[in-house]
Design a protein around this ligand. Structure first.
Ligand SMILES: [Zn+2]
Length: 301
């Protein structure tokens, strides 16, 4: 799935009409340079020097903190270790690391509702596929695009392409600068704070859907064929995507998220994304002017 989604990103970069060949070439170098890390690290960190005892909580915290400090200090002057993970294997999350140019999917997220090997491709691409596309897109969001294939802060964009990018990014940040009544009266999201994550959500789902379409084609199927339960694969993809972001949040936490979290609230990670997509309107027969069809649809990746 990771390879299929990377291929979709390759084709997407190749086909966009707002980037010059010079910047596309650089983007391809960066894409090829991304390392995929899945499940758990190739070597385990040795914690044997950390002495943990049953009767000294403060001492244990001090032991762990000083181990961690020394581990970081010991990196000075050493080569970069791209194999290092900053999440543990059971973590239900994933990340892109701009300074290592790696995408990382701990074992914890490779289970339902994100991944289930007994389900068909449409379900898995809608859930973990979107997450894979999301992390990949981070390499090319408003922050990630400023790093090169080796993780160095280096501007590889022509001035004109950077301007084109910013215009597309502004569409996203304008869309997400929105009132959030669930978080209380007058609470408003800052679309600039969440621009990177929102760009990754929008790009991620496109890449996952393109990859699914290509996979189905190999199996002699199309997105509009019916799956096992009577929904089309296109519908199953979007249903699975929405299901994977189901959440229940108190107004107090909603307020905290809206004011401090660079991620949008789960409801917007679905509704704001799919209302940008003609593919979603096609899946469920939404017409222009209806709530889930944005007149000013945004698209970066
Ligand atoms: Zn993200």
């Amino acid at each position: 799935m990771v390879h299929a989604i990377e291929r979709a990103m390759h084709d997407d970069i190749e086909s966009v009409n707002w980037m010059t060949p010079a910047t596309k070439e650089q983007a391809m170098v960066k894409l090829k340079g991304i390392e995929d890390k899945i499940g758990y690290p190739s070597h385990w960190r040795d914690y044997s020097s950390v002495k943990v005892t049953r009767d000294n909580y403060l001492g244990n915290v001090e032991q762990a903190s000083s181990f961690e400090l020394e581990r970081w200090v010991a990196k000075i002057g050493k080569p970069v270790d791209r194999s290092e993970w900053t999440m543990t294997p059971p973590t239900i999350n994933a990340y892109y690391d701009p300074q290592l140019n790696t995408i990382n999917f701990p074992a914890g997220i490779l289970q339902p509702p994100f991944f289930e090997k007994t389900m068909d491709d449409s379900v898995n691409y809608g859930a973990i596929g979107m997450v894979i596309g999301h992390e990949l897109t981070h390499g090319f969001d408003d922050q990630g695009r400023k790093f090169d294939a080796h993780g160095n802060l280096r501007d590889w964009w022509t001035a004109e392409d950077a301007k084109q990018y910013d215009e597309r990014g502004k569409c996203i940040s304008d869309e997400y600068t929105q009132e959030v009544p669930d978080a209380g009266p007058g609470v408003k999201q800052n679309g600039l704070l969440t621009q990177g994550e929102d760009t990754a959500d929008n790009g991620g789902i496109h890449l996952a859907l393109f990859a699914l379409e290509a996979e189905l084609k190999k199996q002699g199927k199309s997105l509009d064929d019916k799956g096992p339960d009577g929904w089309t694969y296109r519908q199953r993809f979007f249903l699975s995507n929405a299901y994977s972001w189901c959440a229940n949040i108190r107004p107090e936490v909603a307020r905290l998220i809206v004011t401090t979290d660079p991620h949008s609230m789960p409801i917007f990670r679905i509704d704001d994304v799919v209302s940008n997509m003609s593919e979603f309107a096609q899946a469920f027969g939404c017409k222009a002017g209806q709530k889930m069809v944005r007149a000013n649809a945004c698209r970066v990746w």
